[in-house]
Unconditional design. Structure first.
Length: 249
């Protein structure tokens, strides 16, 4: 018997990178997958990989109205959830003197406000024993230059894992958070960094990782499935750091 047979798992940002790897891992373990994303083309491609029972919703993680609409769409189809991985987020980097209010608002709307109100909207759909995993970041801990807004948003999300655990535990719902370090995902291409500079930046990052390699989306997915499964039933409000030792050594 697979770990998630007969269960339904929602992954936000499940159309690429860590989100897609996690949605596929849930599917391999028997779960019916529900994914969200902003790009219809990659959503369609991901849904095809997940199988006929999967559902895909175009959704903006930074819009509270979209969070409400998603919960309503699931409720109309009588879908209840056993696992939720709130993964969708944005990375906007820049030094203090270059950060605009728009950058702050977009980052916090997508990385904090959206996830908070999505979980609020989904709470009536969570089965007893359901698990919620939030996607944090080691940037909340390491003080990397030019990451102030992004790091602050992820620190807020890590805090929510603890406080929301207290709020939801009486309903039989556990909340935990993963904090990945550098992972091989398409997000690095979306940072606006010139392509010719990427190799030097990658080398600089690798020099800070004791294991001397980037993580893989599949490794992060394995950690999410552990925190969403019965194997971790005694783990509540905990942050699992997955960074090859970058923030520890």
């Amino acid at each position: 018997m697979k770990r998630f047979d007969g269960k339904t798992a929602l992954v936000t940002g499940g159309n690429s990178g860590i989100g897609l790897a996690t949605a596929l891992a849930f599917a391999r373990e028997g779960a019916r997958g529900v994914i969200t994303g902003r790009d219809q083309s990659t959503l369609d491609q991901a849904k095809a990989q997940l199988g006929a029972s999967a559902l895909a919703f175009r959704n903006d993680a930074g819009r509270v109205a979209d969070a409400t609409a998603l919960a309503e769409a699931l409720a109309r189809q009588s879908i209840r959830l056993d696992a939720v991985f709130i993964n969708a987020g944005v990375v906007r980097l820049g030094p203090l003197d270059a950060v605009e209010e728009q950058t702050w608002d977009e980052t916090f709307n997508t990385n904090v406000k959206g996830p908070y109100f999505l979980l609020k909207a989904l709470t009536p759909l969570l089965n007893t024993g359901a698990a919620v995993v939030l996607n944090g970041s080691i940037n909340a801990h390491i003080g990397m230059p030019s990451s102030s807004v992004y790091a602050a948003s992820k620190a807020a999300l890590i805090s929510l894992a603890k406080t929301l655990s207290a709020d939801l535990l009486a309903r039989g719902v556990r909340v935990n958070v993963i904090s990945p370090g550098p992972v091989q995902t398409p997000i690095y291409r979306d940072l606006g960094i010139p392509a010719e500079k990427l190799p030097d930046i990658a080398a600089s990052i690798l020099a800070q990782i004791p294991l001397k390699r980037f993580g893989t989306p599949e490794e992060i997915a394995s950690a999410v499935l552990y925190l969403a499964s019965a194997e971790s039933a005694f783990i509540v409000g905990t942050e699992l750091v997955i960074d090859g030792g970058m923030s520890q050594l």
